[in-house]
Design a protein around this ligand. Sequence first.
Ligand code: SF4
Length: 458
Amino acid sequence: MLLRHTTAEPVVERQALTINPAKTCQPIGAMYAALGIHGCMPHSHGSQGCCSYHRSALTRHYKEPVIAGSSSFTEGSSVFGGQANLLEAITNLFNIYDAEVVAVHTTCLSETIGDDITQIVAKAKEEGHVPKGKYVIKASTPSYVGSHVTGYSNMIKGMIEVFAKNTGKRLDQINLIPGFVEPSDMAEIKRMAREMGVKTVLFPDTSSVLNSPQSGKYSMYPKGGVTVAELSTIGNSSATLALGPLGAGPGARLLDTQCKVPCQVLDLPLGLRATDAFVDALRKAAGVVVPESMMDERGQVLDFITDMSQYFYGRTAALSGDPDQLVPLAQFLTDIGIKVKYAVTGTPGKKFDAQMQAICGPEAKIKEGGQADLYQLHQWIKQDKVDLIFGGTYCKYIGRDEDIPVIRFGFPIYDRVGHQYFPILGYRGALRLLEKILTALLDRQDRDAPEEKFELVM
Ligand code: SF4
């Protein structure tokens, strides 16, 4: 009864209070995106406490050591600014830690005191703190606006600002910008593109960085990540597909403006419909034919849904997570017969409510922004229960209190593993999601079955 103070009534419209937020802070997303460049050292311009929290959140989720520098603000830098600390940090990160790229993001503190990192990074270059052939990218990530998705998106824009150049020579390759998804999902997107015979540059790419194999040796910069050489070609690609309007869309549009690379913003390829849309868009952009092997993967998903539809139909769900993931998830659940009754996201975005309402129906309770928190979700569930909860680890308290299975989904997941290695995107990912849903439902059915209805074959 950890959440025993959550009551079913009354549901109060709050303006300024968030209880158990359905998001994390901007720099976490910026740090995650930065780790998707090979040889990149993220750097947190703020206090050590912020940096420790961001690193530990990522380390706990991915079960991998997450590297990052900190400007280590003291009382002095908190009052007079952190320029001197950042200049020294940039020097040290290149000279001692041999970074190829340093990715600086701000924090609440450095934003509040008004540190201008654009000016500081320009000064670092002028004064020779950045060795030749090395790069500093930056993103402004005040955490009192947006969420980890905003920070992720801002750091992608930081990459484009520095690396994207249009030299006038169009290359026969497609840029793929993934939203805030797992390393396993990034690897799956690349695999699907390879299967279709399309040359792509996926950035950021945390596969083989945050799910790298145990080799017996510590490597500060694991072998994965998009390389600087690859990034330097994105301005010449023939098209960009952004997978996720909030996480990837702004970067794709910036690249279009900056280098005239036409872009298309799609949903994350999660579930059958959204994956179909991705495959179709990639097919058209690259001028290829969808191979038979891809159609077989799709057919397996359809077969699973057909065979097991009696277990999905009529079930209900409550969702918590990021808009880019929740919209296609809600569509997928609705398509297989599961009714989404509630959804909350702490990531602000005006379109979310309307999109979700259109998918889930007018009776569904949908909320975004600061007060769309897990407390709100718990109150709704108390008023009228659901069969499944989809969300990060913090949802387990609601699941325990209300005796509802929780399907770990999104970020952060601190109490399970597998998300790093097994995708939920694409057709193969859809199979995994279906398996997770079905297992949760059938485990519950077995647990609750009276002796005479405890079935061997289900
Ligand atoms: S102070 Fe701001 S940047 Fe630092 S951990 Fe808190 S929310 Fe994140």
